[in-house]
Design a binder for this molecule. Structure first.
Ligand SMILES: O=c1ccn([C@@H]2O[C@H](COP(=O)(O)OP(=O)(O)O[C@H]3O[C@H](CO)[C@@H](O)[C@H](O)[C@H]3O)[C@@H](O)[C@H]2O)c(=O)[nH]1
Length: 309
């Protein structure tokens, strides 16, 4: 096994996850482990990300640099603590350097219909993940939250100081997870390192879906992504970043994604959420410029995490 620090990305085959992995690979300093149950994605997205990263290596790339382009992919149900534990056991205590937790159910409308499923999948799963991280001395986490934690915000762009007032079960699961992780930071102020990001997606009006019912209208040219970071009780970094509408995750997604395959879950099954059309989150060379700003964000996060080690 390589000596590279290992970063586990949950929801690695999904839209944000595949971009995070690509960005991590561009640093050529990490070994990426993806954990995804395929609910809303195809694992071949990871193959494409790997291939792209490999194609960008210099001719004289070292073995270690080549190794950074290889993704270890695990299929895992995050609502099963034993399944999460099995993945961590493979790498041993301290074997996973940090976690980027992205996997979640994310359809606002659907969360109103089956709230308990959302609480189980988003909140219980996050609890189990944190418990297993604790068992294996893994203390770094980047949490993918959502701007739905603000409900209907009084102003846009949304200042980070805006009160949290989620009005959907989905948004409330994100508030619950942020709260849980924040409490953990307070109880172990010197050891837990956290970044939480509240993503807000922009999609064209014609492309609205239940999961994006909180997206800004087209008159909002900029999309604010508020981020806060804390080490224990201390907020160590606070920034606001405005992405213009050409560089938002969803506008890049609109170009990138091709619907592939049937929904993973039968619509008749009301206890499990419907997969949004399962998508191929492949990244192509021509799209790299579009996501540069997003990449820089994640690079900065990885850098900040390292500085605080
Ligand atoms: O229990 C689950 C649920 C989902 N997934 C996977 O997680 C990924 C989620 O990706 P996608 O559905 O493309 O969603 P993103 O747009 O990447 O959504 C992310 O971005 C949201 C903010 O917009 C966050 O709130 C969510 O946590 C996060 O899933 C997919 O690959 C799913 O297969 C799992 O592995 N396990």
């Amino acid at each position: 096994m390589s000596n590279l620090p290992k970063i586990l990305v949950t929801g690695g085959s999904g839209y944000i996850g595949s971009h995070v992995i690509y960005t991590l690979q561009q640093t050529r300093r990490y070994k990426v482990i993806s954990l995804d149950n395929g609910h809303n994605s195809h694992s071949n997205a990871l193959d494409r990300v790997s291939a792209l990263s490999r194609s960008e290596l210099p001719e004289n790339a070292s073995e270690q640099e080549i190794e950074t382009t290889v993704i270890e992919n695990h299929s895992c149900d995050l609502t099963r603590r034993d399944e999460i534990r099995a993945v961590f056991e493979k790498y041993g205590k301290g074997g996973i350097w940090g976690v980027v937790h992205i996997a979640a159910y994310k359809a606002v409308g659907e969360s109103v219909e089956i709230p308990l499923t959302y609480y189980e999948n988003n909140v219980a799963a996050t609890l189990y993940l944190l418990q297993v991280m604790n068992e294996f001395d893994c203390t770094r986490i980047v949490y993918s939250s959502s701007a739905t934690v603000y409900g209907i915000p009084p102003t846009i762009p949304i200042p980070e100081s805006t009160r949290l007032k989620a009005d959907s079960p989905y948004g409330k699961t994100k508030v619950a997870c942020e709260t849980m992780i924040d409490d953990l930071c307070h109880c172990a102020p010197l050891s837990i390192q956290l970044y939480s990001r509240r993503f807000r997606r922009a999609v064209p009006q014609t492309n609205k879906s239940a999961s994006h019912s909180q997206t800004p209208t087209s008159k909002h040219k900029g999309v604010r992504i508020d981020e806060w970071a804390s080490k224990g009780k201390t907020t160590v970094n606070q920034r606001n970043t405005t992405f213009n509408s050409n560089t938002t995750p969803s506008s890049a997604a609109a170009n990138r994604l091709t619907a592939a395959g049937p929904a993973a879950v039968s619509p008749n099954n009301t206890s499990r959420p419907r997969a949004q059309s399962r998508q191929n989150h492949s990244i192509t060379r021509s799209e790299r410029g579009e996501q540069q700003q997003l990449d820089d964000e994640f690079r900065l996060q990885a850098y900040l995490l390292e500085q605080r080690t």
